[in-house]
Design a protein around this ligand. Structure first.
Ligand code: 7PM
Length: 282
């Protein structure tokens, strides 16, 4: 399996790491200004040096309970960072957004991929993404970021998330997006209890039967905190373990804040996989 990101072919027969680059406001800056662009560039450089194959830029926090960000605000945060990154590094850029206007502006500025937690369900997103001609990651979410953690419910979480992604792949194909431009993601933490999240991780192999690359994001999430008792800044080791398990169960791309440690863990999984193949022919 491979992914064409603006002419750079990413070979997914080995697992790849997508580094998370948040350009949401903090106490130093509200995004878009020199300080935040400069800081984003330095963070991106660090992740590229650590082996990130893709940098995912997001300007809207999708944290549980988070409120939506106006489009103008999101554009002001994201577009200057895409342009600056594009000018300085060769790494393919993904834009983490659900807004068609932001998708279009980011791709015009040089982004090679769209990562959408709404799986192109927001009005106009499917049509715009199809017109852009770039790969799209379709993520499952039950509810919206504001409400998703209020009693998530499934009859059969694996079957329902799988069915949703299968439908979204079909809708995208019908809208003219080629299969080779689609990725799927079960959306860990997006309208899921602890039990739902681990059912999905344990059963992840099933998603590979959709015939498109599987991307996962578990980095620093509550599902790690709940089994370790650790706060968000202490979840590195748990996240690396979960990333290794996800890849062992078939994930092609791991989206993470912790690129270096994840790259090392995936090298071990890849070595084991090579020896599974050797074992099969011995
Ligand atoms: C606070 C809590 C801020 C959680 C941000 C988050 C995913 C994603 C996010 C994912 C894909 C995070 C999340 N998670 N996109 N965007 N898959 N494709 O932990 O799991 O980064 S936002």
């Amino acid at each position: 399996m491979q992914l064409d990101l603006g002419g750079r072919i990413v070979d997914l027969s080995v697992p790849r790491v997508m580094g998370i680059l948040n350009v949401t406001p903090d106490s130093f800056s509200d995004g878009g200004d020199f300080v935040s662009v400069d800081r984003a560039l330095r963070r991106a450089e660090e992740m590229v040096d650590q082996g990130a194959a893709i940098i995912d830029i997001g300007g809207e926090s999708s944290r549980p309970g988070a409120r939506p960000v106006p489009e103008g605000e999101e554009l002001r945060r994201v577009v200057p960072v895409v342009e600056a990154l594009r000018a300085r590094f060769d790494v393919p850029i993904s834009v983490d957004t659900s807004k068609p206007g932001v998708m279009r502006a980011a791709v015009e500025a040089g982004a090679a991929m769209v990562n959408d937690i709404y799986a192109l369900r927001r009005p106009g997103a499917l049509e715009v993404a199809a017109g852009l001609g770039v790969p799209v990651c379709l993520m499952h979410m039950q509810g919206t970021p504001e409400t998703m953690q209020h009693e998530p419910r499934y009859r059969d979480v694996l079957a329902e998330v799988y069915g949703f992604l299968e439908q979204r792949v079909r809708a995208c194909r019908a809208a003219g997006i080629p299969q080779m431009h689609l990725l799927v993601d079960p959306g860990f933490g997006f309208g899921k209890t602890l039990d739902h999240n681990y059912t999905l991780l344990a059963g992840l192999k099933r998603f590979t039967t959709l015939g498109v690359p599987v991307l996962v994001g578990v980095s620093r999430k509550r599902m790690l905190g709940e089994v370790t008792g650790r706060g968000v800044r202490e979840r590195l080791h748990a996240g690396v373990a979960a990333a290794a398990i996800a890849v062992h169960k078939g994930a092609h791309i791991v989206r993470t804040h912790d690129v270096g440690p994840t790259v090392d863990a995936l090298a071990v999984v890849t070595a084991v996989r090579a020896h599974e193949h050797l074992e099969a022919v011995r």
